[in-house]
Design a protein around this ligand. Structure first.
Ligand SMILES: [Zn+2]
Length: 448
């Protein structure tokens, strides 16, 4: 039995009614939210941990819907390139990936996400070199060590250059290796418990690096095991042109042919969508992982977020791999998403509270967990971000949610995952940040 009382904070619950408290409290029992309300908490008679969060805003922990943690070790390459040139520059570097490099990069990426308010991390891992060891095991081990929730998407590529694909042949698997490796990740690691840290999803990398057969069989495999499906889709004009030339249809039409639209699917980027495709995403409940910094960095375009939300499609936020963002912080992605939506559609294209919704409940919907995480409500898992609002950047701002979304990303004073403090006093408590940083620098050197 454990009891935690978080008190004296502004609270944005992100529940369906948009309930907020200028001053409120949250009671957490055994990792679940027992009570949230206005005013100071009544101190329970039982032994409990008491957290005075004066000067802070509490929100649900942010949910990252798309990442490639291993890319933390390959930041700063192909600096002024678009997607296909960026990929062909990086594929040979990624071909040298080892288990140790992925472990170091994974720890660094997860630490950065925790320090920027993220409690649940979807990571899409699709590079499995012959000498690469246990890549998924390395990421799962680091998530457990840091105490953050990981949706490890077991990716794959089976379409090397000799089969008309983009990646070199030496970093792709054959279809049997890809499917058996994916099934092994599910049986070894997937934990459906609401408080469990690790879930597995199935994620062939993209239509231009994966055969039609693998895309179709991966969907069958995922549905047989009741796990979710994820891939990249409609990221660039180059991808659309290749898809039209090769298959005679757009990437969204191709996805639908393959059985890849549905409420158990979320797709990274979804930038170049027709009105018809947006409607189909809404009708089928297909989710989008919106990654505005990465989309700008490689000049992919601006996703039609307003239109997707209006169509009723789930939209969450993602940082994408750090090789296409060099940052990997999720707090700052709130502001980026809002700016991109307004560049595209004007001042009313996205409100600050819709932006916070995307970063929390929208992401939870993409991952099929909106009944467990994404809002602060009794019965849900106690995944919470406590943001400092009393420093120079944020003190006195009229609306704490505006301070979170519009100002510089506030410092995370505390991060709770299932009621456990991963960050306290602004410091990572579950692992040593200095050694994570040293290991990351060494891992990057190994690949150079
Ligand atoms: Zn990606």
């Amino acid at each position: 039995m454990s009891l935690v009382v978080l008190d004296n904070a502004a609270i944005a619950t992100v529940d369906a009614r948009g309930t907020e408290h200028a001053g409120g409290h949250i009671v957490i029992r055994d990792g679940l939210i027992e009570k949230v309300g206005a005013g100071m908490a009544q101190r329970p008679v039982e032994t409990h941990d008491y957290i005075d969060a004066g000067g802070c805003l509490v929100t649900p922990g942010l949910v990252n819907t798309h990442h490639h943690l291993y890319q933390w070790a390959t930041r700063g390459y192909a600096r002024d390139a678009e997607l296909f040139e960026w990929l062909t520059t990086l594929y040979p570097v990624w071909g040298r990936l080892t288990e140790e490099v992925t472990r170091a990069a994974g720890a660094a990426g997860m630490a950065k996400l925790a320090l920027t308010g993220c409690t649940t991390i979807a990571d899409h891992h699709y590079v499995f070199p012959n000498e690469g060891g246990d890549q998924i095991g390395a990421l799962v081990g680091e998530a457990k060590r840091l105490g953050v929730r990981l949706h490890a998407v077991r990716g794959s590529m089976d379409r090397g250059q000799s089969k008309g694909g983009l990646p070199p042949d030496n970093i792709v698997e054959d279809i049997d290796e890809a499917l058996s490796g994916t099934e092994k990740a599910i049986t070894d690691h997937h934990d459906p418990d609401p408080l469990g840290l690790i879930r597995i999803a199935v994620g062939p990398c993209s239509p231009f690096s994966v055969s039609r057969e693998l895309m179709e069989q991966a969907a069958v495999l995922a549905r047989r095991h009741g796990v979710r499906l994820h891939t990249h889709l409609a990221e660039t004009i180059d991808e659309e042109e290749q898809c039209l030339a090769e298959f005679g249809c757009t990437p969204a039409q191709y996805a639908e042919q393959l059985g890849w639209l549905g409420d158990d699917v979320w797709l990274a980027h979804t930038i170049h969508l027709s009105d018809e495709a947006i409607k189909r995403f809404g009708q089928t409940g297909t989710g989008s992982a919106h990654c505005p910094t990465s989309n700008g960095r490689i000049a992919a375009g601006m996703a039609p977020v307003r239109q997707l939300l209006d169509a009723g499609a789930p939209v969450g936020l993602g940082v994408d791999g750090a090789a296409s963002s060099e940052s990997g912080g999720l707090g700052e992605e709130l502001k980026q998403a809002l700016l991109v939506a307004r560049f595209r559609g004007g001042a009313t294209a996205l409100s600050i509270r819709e932006t916070l919704w995307m970063g929390t409940m929208g992401g939870a919907r993409c991952l099929g967990r909106d009944h467990e995480i994404g809002s602060i409500e009794p019965g849900k898992v106690a995944d919470l971000a406590v943001w400092r609002m009393d420093d120079l950047d944020h003190a006195g701002i009229a609306d704490p949610v505006a301070a979170l979304v519009l100002s510089s990303a506030p410092k995370v004073d505390r991060l709770l995952v299932g009621g456990r403090s991963v960050i306290a006093g602004g410091e990572l408590r579950t692992a040593d940040l200095d050694s994570i940083t040293r290991d990351l620098a060494q891992a990057a050197e190994v690949l150079r």
